[in-house]
Design a binder for this molecule. Sequence first.
Ligand SMILES: Cc1cc2nc3c(=O)[nH]c(=O)nc-3n(C[C@H](O)[C@H](O)[C@H](O)COP(=O)(O)OP(=O)(O)OC[C@H]3O[C@@H](n4cnc5c(N)ncnc54)[C@H](O)[C@@H]3O)c2cc1C
Length: 244
Amino acid sequence: MGGAHIRTDLQTDPRTAAAAIRRYLADRGVEFLLRTSVGSVSEGRVTTSRGIIDAGLVVVAVNHDIDQLLPELAEAAGVQRCGLDMLRTRIELRAPLDAPLLTGWSLTRYGRFAALPQVVAVRERLHTERPDLAALDLNQMYTQLPDGTLIVGDTHVRAGSIAPFQPESAADLLVSEAEALFGAPLRVIERWQGVYASAPEDFLVDTTVPGLAVLTATTGIGMTTGLGLAETALAPLLPAPATA
Ligand SMILES: Cc1cc2nc3c(=O)[nH]c(=O)nc-3n(C[C@H](O)[C@H](O)[C@H](O)COP(=O)(O)OP(=O)(O)OC[C@H]3O[C@@H](n4cnc5c(N)ncnc54)[C@H](O)[C@@H]3O)c2cc1C
C-alpha cells in the first residue's frame, strides 16, 4: 500500500502533463498541427487534411484509432477498443495517498503480477466472492490529485466500437467499494468514459515498412510505459546522437 517502491518512480497528472510536454517541445521548435486529421500513412509520407507531409521517419501513435488508420494491421494484432468508466471524487482520507493505491483487482491484470502462479488463486477467490465486480472487469485502484480529490478506477468493456452509455450500477459499485475500503463517505464530482486500444499482446510495434514506425500500447499501461516504449522502439531507427 502506498509509497514509492522504485527510486525513480514518479507520479504525474495527465490533465496537466500532456499540455506541459507540448509546451516544452513547442519552445524547442517542434511544430504541432492542431485540428488536422491524418487520412493515410505510407513509407516516409503522411497525407493530412492540411496536405501531404514528407518525412524521413513517420511514427504512428494513434492509440485505438489504429483500427481506422491501419485496419489490416490492427485486425492482424487482434486490436479491439476498450471503454472504461472512471470517477473523480471528494472523500476525507485518514492519510493522504503518496502513491497510487492498487488492489488485488489491479495486480491480477498487470503482466508481471498476472504471470505469477499465485495469481490464479487470488483471481479465483475474487471472482467467486464478488461476481458483480468481476462482471465489470474491475480494476480497483485510486490516485489522489494535488487538490486532495481522489480518482477512482475503473470498469472495462471491449468491443469493435464503444457505446457512450455508462451504467449507473457500475458507478454505484465503484463508490460503495471505495467507501468500504476507506471507511468514509464519498461524493462524485466528475464522471467520464475513456477508450484505449486492447489486444492479446501488451504492445503493437510494427517497423516492417521502412520509414514507418507504428507504436501502440494495447492495454491500459500506455501512460506509464509510453515514453519508454518510444525510446526503446525508436532508438534503432534514429541516427545515433552525436558524441561531444
Ligand atoms: C480511462 C483510462 C484509464 C487509463 N489508465 C491508465 C493507467 O492507470 N496507467 C497507464 O499506464 N495507462 C492508462 N491508460 C492508458 C493510456 O492512457 C493510453 O495507453 C495512452 O494514453 C496511449 O497514449 P498514446 O499517445 O499512444 O495515445 P493517445 O494518448 O490516445 O493519443 C493518440 C492521439 O492520436 C490522435 N489521432 C488518432 N487518430 C488520428 C488521425 N487519424 N489523425 C490525427 N490524429 C489522430 C488522437 O486524437 C489522440 O490525440 C488509461 C486509459 C484510459 C482511457
